[in-house]
Unconditional design. Structure first.
Length: 413
């Protein structure tokens, strides 16, 4: 299976978000060898083509690096391909490998590889390359048999407040370290009752004073890691989620951060009955104490631009506690619409899956950026389970059918 061979090669090339130059060079060299024209813009996006440019295929080539990544050690159990103690990068490496395999075969179309999707759709937002196609098939979905026709918009909220360090009155000091949290995607997994290291710590150490705190990985991941030093009169002991060790006395901050973290409503804040997905959600992504400043980062998502604006206003647990709020990385929602392209993809899908479904996803797809200019747009992909975590894996049997569907679509265009 050529797609899988290429993907395995991609895993040997570091391409964490924000550090993608090596893979960018690889893609450009691959396209040159396949006889395709190459254009690269200042944002690191790559556009490849020959002469026939009716349909654009689009994937992002950065990956969320969790655990040991980008040092990826592959595991294949016959059904799934995964990685040992790291994220796999099937999101969106399988899409990239699919496009490269098609180019290697000489299948014509526009091939758009976007950069740094995982840190705010950076490449798509700053695209400077001229697309000719009036239809786009995004290859960043993660459910075989589903054709995605809509996605959530989102924004990162940053809350900050100044704190002072004071001498504690408590008699016990502990270092607390999180363990065994599974992690997950802050959009597609937010309704799955995955425990958050930050929220669980807030309840675990409630009433304690905090001397040091650093938790979470990135805005689009349910938190896995946490390290803290707390002072308390209560006796704390290790459990399934936390390692507790005695620590030396430390000054503590004068603000009850644990109460604020307990008050934050983590997870789904509204449900979309039509598509059976969250309609609004909030993920308490990162908390850190740096000098005299307390930082809290939150990922907000909603399936419409109007709902996202309302969600931004619903942050009383911060602004009532003297936090300064600001926002970054906002991207629009992609309003669900079943286009002619989506219907054509569904017909091709029927060779492999009877009655493929049209769905929307509670996560950001780059389709939302392109939808205003490209009326015909849809998204498909193989089965990818728990992306953005050390448990990420792709169902091998779903890779080749996706490739065949995409190839047939381009050959018909």
């Amino acid at each position: 299976m050529r797609v899988l061979e290429i993907f395995k090669e991609l895993t040997t090339i570091p391409h964490c978000s924000g550090a993608t130059q090596a893979l960018r060079d690889y893609i450009v060299a691959f396209a040159k060898k396949a006889g395709f024209a190459r254009e690269v813009d200042a944002a690191g996006n790559i556009l490849c083509y020959k002469t026939k440019r009716r349909i654009c295929l689009q994937s992002h080539y950065d990956m969320v690096c969790v655990g040991q990544a980008p040092a990826i050690e592959l595991r294949n159990d016959g059904e799934f391909l995964s990685a040992r103690d790291s994220s796999l990068g099937a999101d969106n490496g399988i899409g990239v490998a699919t496009m490269l395999a098609l180019m290697e075969e000489g299948i014509e179309g526009e091939y758009l590889f976007t950069n740094d999707e995982e840190i705010g759709l950076v490449g798509a937002k700053n695209l400077q390359l001229q697309l000719h196609a009036k239809a786009m098939l995004n290859l960043d979905s993660e459910e075989f048999g589903a054709i995605y026709v809509g996605c959530a918009g989102g924004v990162d909220m940053h809350a900050e407040r100044t704190v002072r360090f004071i001498e504690p009155e408590a008699s016990r000091f502990y270092r607390v370290t999180a363990r065994h949290f599974p992690g997950g995607h802050s959009g597609v997994d937010i309704h799955k009752k995955i425990p958050s290291a930050i929220k669980e710590f807030a309840y675990f150490a409630k009433g304690a004073k905090v001397a040091a705190l650093e938790a979470g990985e990135r805005h689009n991941s349910i938190p896995v890691h946490l390290s803290a030093i707390v002072a308390t009169d209560q006796e704390l002991g290790s459990n399934e989620h936390f390692i507790v060790e005695k620590a030396e006395p430390h000054p503590v901050i004068d603000y009850d951060i644990l109460s604020t973290l307990c008050a934050f409503s983590q997870g789904v804040r509204g449900w979309d009955e039509e598509f059976g997905i969250p309609e609004r959600s909030a993920n308490l992504a990162k908390v850190r104490l740096e000098g005299d400043t307390l930082h809290i980062d939150v990922s907000l998502r909603a399936n419409s631009d109007e709902a996202l604006e309302r969600l931004k206003e619903d942050n009383s647990c911060f602004w009532q506690r003297d936090f300064i709020l600001h926002y970054s990385g906002e991207y629009p929602a992609w309003k669900p619409h079943i286009s002619d392209l989506a219907r054509n993809v569904a017909k091709l899908y029927e060779m492999y899956v009877p009655n493929p479904s049209f769905k929307a996803i509670h996560a950001g797809l780059e389709c939302a950026i392109f939808a205003h200019a490209i009326p015909q747009i849809a998204s498909i992909g193989p089965d990818i389970i728990t992306p953005h975590s050390v448990h990420e894996r792709v169902r091998i049997a779903t890779i080749e059918p996706v490739y065949a569907i995409v190839k047939a679509l381009l050959c018909e265009a």
